[in-house]
Design a protein around this ligand. Structure first.
Ligand code: NAP
Length: 470
């Protein structure tokens, strides 16, 4: 391979030169550099990243949640490259995505994330690196391994990877049954520093998974956090344990979590009932193969008659609509809106059924009528991201083309504050991709035949739908 022009990496690295060094990696990857060649190129001392600042953590004091603007708090600039721990790798991070945790970090709710980073400082020398005055955010990534620490066995420079966000210390015994139950479990790029909205990702080797060869960098990068969370919630023995024939009500069925949940139910032989908030999203659900759809806006449910009182007659109306669509109460309800919907979810799930919850976007102090829970032997099951095995299993389904990426649009890293605002204000569908080191959409596909076999239409359904309503 001929290294791209301007690759005289012996020059002193100052200012913009760091960026040139990262761009050299991109050009080398695009030119088909081998792992050995990538390993011989120097890692720059700083890299471009999106971050929030400790000294701005109170910038939105007195501002309503809705008005807190991620464009003001997210900065994109050069940050110093940390030293690589023995169990870590550097990844040339071609793309990432916006997750709701990016929104939480950028509006400093419910807490500024610097508290998580400071706690890491108690985990010894390598943990202490994270407690900085800037927090590099982002919990998804897709790219190419550049360096591996001395304790890494299964990955090498040149490997094309997806990154999942479960960050665990494998020397802790509590991490060895289900690592999501490990006492030191954290979410990368939210509870740790050096996250994925950056040109360089610093991750533990046990966060890596093979990148599906038929997807572009950004199509690949949008999946791991939301898809793996949905997998654990529905499929895993640790949560939903969905069976063939189960009916599953999915809140936000074209959103980040819901877009994968809908596909998992269809792929697993179940019947999804998708709840969305517009005719356009309802149409997208139909295109995905979900026939039972509720437009919550058109139905105008008022589960809360005032901020302190829920209206059981509205729960009943909701339950009746579901029965009218599928002829039964759902075996599983896929919950994440939280306070606004939990009462209705507990009411509407079938006798003996499960409400599986992983979040509380509209408020975490939950109220429901316990009589409906115990008298009808229902359960509320908690779920949080996914362990390595679950994330890997989900990655395999995407690799096989059984589950598609749900990317509706792509932003640049410099524009990721705007992308976070769109997610904050629920203006998006599915996932928003972010180009990091990749400078164009559509790069990184190494198996076009497989892509053709799986079907361009299926892979790009959310993008085409978003373009058609723009
Ligand atoms: P998202 O892309 O914004 O999708 C959520 C969807 O939920 C929205 O598009 C909206 O769909 C619906 N929704 C929002 N507020 C609602 C309300 N008050 N009532 C009914 N529906 C409502 O977000 P996401 O990525 O799916 O994440 C959803 C939540 O899960 C966030 O709070 C996030 O932090 C959390 N999360 C947790 C984990 C975990 O591991 N624990 C992982 C991922 C995400 P419609 O408007 O179309 O109805």
């Amino acid at each position: 391979m001929r290294l791209p022009k301007g690759n005289s990496l012996l020059k002193p690295m100052t200012g913009g030169y760091y960026r040139v060094a990262m761009q050299n990696f991109r050009e080398a990857i695009e030119a088909g550099a081998s792992g050995e060649e990538l390993a011989a190129m120097p890692i720059p001392e700083s890299y471009r990243a999106a971050f929030v600042r400790r000294d701005e953590a109170d910038m939105f004091e007195g501002v309503e949640s809705w008005d807190k603007d991620p464009r003001k708090s997210i900065h994109v600039d050069d940050v110093p490259t940390p030293e690589l721990a023995p169990d870590e790798v550097f990844v040339a991070n071609m793309a990432s995505s916006i997750n709701f945790n990016t929104v939480w970090t950028s509006i400093f709710e419910p807490l500024p994330t610097f508290g998580f980073l400071d706690r890491m400082a108690r985990d010894g020398e390598w943990g202490a690196r994270h407690a900085l005055d800037h927090h590099v955010i982002g919990s998804d990534g897709s790219g190419v391994v550049l360096r591996v620490g001395s304790a890494v066995r299964n990955w090498k420079p040149g490997d094309r990877v997806n990154i999942h966000c479960n960050y665990v210390d494998d020397q802790d015994p509590t991490a060895h049954n289900d690592s999501m139950k490990a006492s030191n479990q954290k979410i990368w790029g939210f509870e740790t520093n050096f996250g994925g909205l950056a040109d360089l990702a610093v991750v533990k080797a046990n966060q890596l998974m093979p990148k599906p060869a038929h997807l572009s960098w950004e199509e690949s990068a949008v999946n791991a956090l939301c898809a793996s969370t949905s997998y654990r919630m529905l499929v895993s023995e640790h949560a939903g344990q969905m069976k063939q024939g189960d009916s599953v009500l999915i809140w936000g069925a074209t959103g980040g979590l819901g877009g994968y949940a809908t596909q998992l139910v269809l792929n697993g032989g179940g019947t999804p009932v998708g709840v969305v908030s517009s005719p356009e999203k309802a149409q997208l659900l139909n295109e995905m193969g979900c026939e039972a759809v509720i437009d919550r806006k058109a139905e105008d449910y008022k589960f809360w008659s005032d901020p302190h009182t829920q209206d059981e007659s509205e729960w009943r109306r909701f339950g009746k609509t579901i029965r009218g669509l599928i002829g039964e109460d759902p075996n599983i309800i896929f919950e994440h809106p939280g306070r606004q919907t939990m009462g209705a979810s507990v009411f509407a799930v079938a006798r003996g059924g499960k409400v599986v919850t992983c979040a509380a976007t509209s408020g975490y102090m939950i109220e429901y009528d316990n009589r409906h829970l115990w008298m009808k032997l229902k359960s509320i099951v908690s779920s949080h991201f996914a362990n390595y095995a679950e994330a890997y299993a989900m990655n395999k389904l995407i690799d096989q083309g059984a589950i598609q990426p749900i990317m509706s649009a792509v932003h640049t890293l410099d524009d990721c504050g705007e992308a976070a605002l769109q997610v904050h204000h629920n203006k998006h569908e599915g996932k928003l991709g972010v180009l990091c080191l990749a400078n164009e959409k559509g790069q990184g596909i190494t198996d076009p035949e497989k892509r053709e076999r799986i079907g361009e239409d299926k892979i790009t359904m959310f993008q085409r739908h978003a373009a058609s309503i723009a």
